[in-house]
Ligand binder design. Structure first.
Ligand code: AMP
Ligand code: MG
Length: 514
């Protein structure tokens, strides 16, 4: 099937006494078809809305157990085999997850390798919520005395009526809305006891390994090559026309190379601004692989004005991450409409230490990798809503659970070797890419496209002193998050200039000097 066929997000309320009137349709940032879902079990009522690409199963039920699954599963064959039911690999992912639940219970979430968020109402009226190992599909919840609302977008929960309650085991979002985030690699069982929501169980389903494997070069390279091939293949899902967002760096070029190796017509697209682009290196890769390649130039001032959309999609207030996400959001929003499955090279640098190419001693390199792996959760960089705002499904092979486990746990001396960063990955791609791509140093997306300089330039132009630019970006990001996520305003109603003016005014009011 061309394009994705999956539930990209959902909101649902599970209520006990008394049923709250159905709220208005939630306003998702994800642009797909919405459909209502409902179910009942053990005196609990589930009602909600799924937002889908294609025409997938939405709510699946079996034996009084109901499951809403957003996203997709990548180790389908493995799971089906373990269930002793090879045909389970041919049904929907939601059906497979439900079968896995019947077989393993909570342990199912330790077995699944996917990009998903799940809400399950079990036969005893308990509510189970679970994220994938990386929390790559953000999952949020809010409880009150009569029920619990669960959603893949925080903004759909922020304005709900009723006094919110605390939920143990989930992370409360600041801002007083009572919205909590389910952490990466976590499954929670919630139950009600005399009108109180209680976390009956919290299970960690994945944690980043801190052990390292000192294996030989050949073994390491072979392992990375095999797992990357598998991560790309399972993410293609037989789509005859996948798209790769291609910078021409080693990470996205590796994904494109494997996508081409699995057949089909691969589209590739590169974006740049009038200030800067990586079109040359991307073109070399596209020419070598024979992808259907296109370039997109976006004016840097237009790019910066996409900031409210980045906040709407990622639901974060961290300005550095928003800056990374801007070029991709702008690119996704300008692609021709229609069903599309996008593969990216996002995230390879985190387990491989690509951002730390100047960190010299190996133990220090390993420490920063361990630190980055311990602090990724909540940044929402890999949220599907980033592309979902344009009706596109995106997925990130380097954060496949099995590949990620392998990459993190390699001896750091295989990550930096012979004076080269990400050595093991470059070697793993040696016969698939041109020599100049294999040796190309890393350039971050915000650098290659000139995004950070665009935001900075605009602030300087508006009279923000150079020493206060970072602080101003941070304050603007927080204000946008407050308006767009917590106060549920639409990004089109939020102007960059107004936010800047309000931020600066707030500073003066508080008597701050520069
Ligand atoms: P980076 O920060 O360079 O690691 O970027 C993360 C991912 O975003 C890359 O692996 C690409 O898939 C994508 N990407 C980065 N820069 C561009 C670009 N200029 N055009 C298209 N895609 C890009
Ligand atoms: Mg790059």
């Amino acid at each position: 099937m061309m394009g994705p066929n999956l539930v990209a997000g959902f909101w649902a309320r599970v209520s006990w006494s008394p049923r709250r009137a159905a709220p208005e349709t939630p306003r998702f940032a994800t642009q797909g078809h919405t459909s209502a879902v409902s179910a009942a079990s053990a005196g609990r009522h589930l009602q909600g809305v799924a937002v889908s690409f294609g025409a997938p199963d939405t709510l699946v039920s079996d034996g009084g157990i109901h499951l809403l699954l957003a996203g997709e599963i990548y180790n389908r064959d493995e799971v089906a085999k373990a269930l002793g039911n090879a045909s389970a690999a041919h049904g929907s992912d939601a059906t497979l997850v439900l079968a896995a639940w019947h077989h393993w219970g909570m342990t199912a979430f330790r077995i699944l390798n996917g990009r998903f968020a799940a809400l399950l109402l079990d036969g005893g009226g308990r509510v189970v919520v679970a994220t994938d190992h990386a929390g790559s599909v953000p999952l949020w919840l809010r409880a009150d005395a009569h029920g619990v609302d669960v959603s893949t977008e925080a903004k759909t929960l922020a304005g709900l009526p009723g006094t919110p309650l605390g939920v143990a085991g989930a992370q409360l979002l600041p801002g007083g809305t009572g919205v909590h985030r389910v952490q990466a690699g976590t499954a929670l069982i919630l139950e009600t006891v005399q009108g109180e929501v209680r976390t009956a169980n919290r299970v960690y389903t994945w944690i980043p390994p801190v052990s390292r494997a000192a294996v030989g070069e050949e073994i390491a390279v072979g392992r990375v090559r095999r797992l990357l091939a598998q991560a790309v293949q399972t993410r293609l899902r037989d789509d005859p026309e996948p798209t790769v967002v291609l910078s021409g760096g080693i990470d996205s070029s590796g994904v494109a190379a494997h996508a081409v190796a699995h057949g089909g017509l691969v589209h590739s697209v590169s974006m740049g601004t009038e200030a800067s682009d990586e079109f040359g290196p991307a073109k070399v890769v596209a020419g070598h692989l024979g992808t259907d390649h296109s370039e997109m130039t976006i004016h840097s001032s237009d790019l910066v004005r996409e900031l409210p959309w980045a906040v709407w999609a990622a639901e974060i207030a961290d300005h550095t991450i928003l800056e990374y996400l801007l070029p991709l959001i702008a690119l996704y929003r300008r692609l021709p409409p229609g069903p599309r499955r996008v593969l990216t090279g996002y995230g390879a640098d985190i387990p491989l230490g690509g951002m730390h190419r100047h960190t010299e001693p190996l133990d220090l390199l390993d420490s920063v990798i361990a630190h980055d792996m311990a602090t990724f959760d909540g940044l929402n960089e890999m949220s599907p809503v980033i592309s979902g705002v344009a009706g596109i499904w995106s997925t990130h092979p380097y954060w496949d659970r099995d590949l990620l486990d392998c990459l993190i746990s390699l001896d750091p001396g295989l990550k930096r070797r012979y004076g080269r960063d990400k050595w093991v990955l470059r070697e793993a791609l040696a016969r698939m890419l041109p020599a100049e791509t294999l040796s190309r140093p890393k350039l971050g997306i915000h650098e290659g496209s000139g995004t950070s300089s665009a935001w900075t330039a605009l602030l300087l132009e508006k009279g923000v002193p150079p020493g206060r630019v970072e602080q101003c970006k941070a304050a603007m990001a927080r204000r946008m998050h407050d308006l767009i996520v917590l106060r549920t305003r639409h990004p089109d109603e939020i102007s960059f200039d107004e936010v800047l003016a309000a931020t600066e005014k707030g500073r003066t009011r508080h008597g701050l000097k520069q």
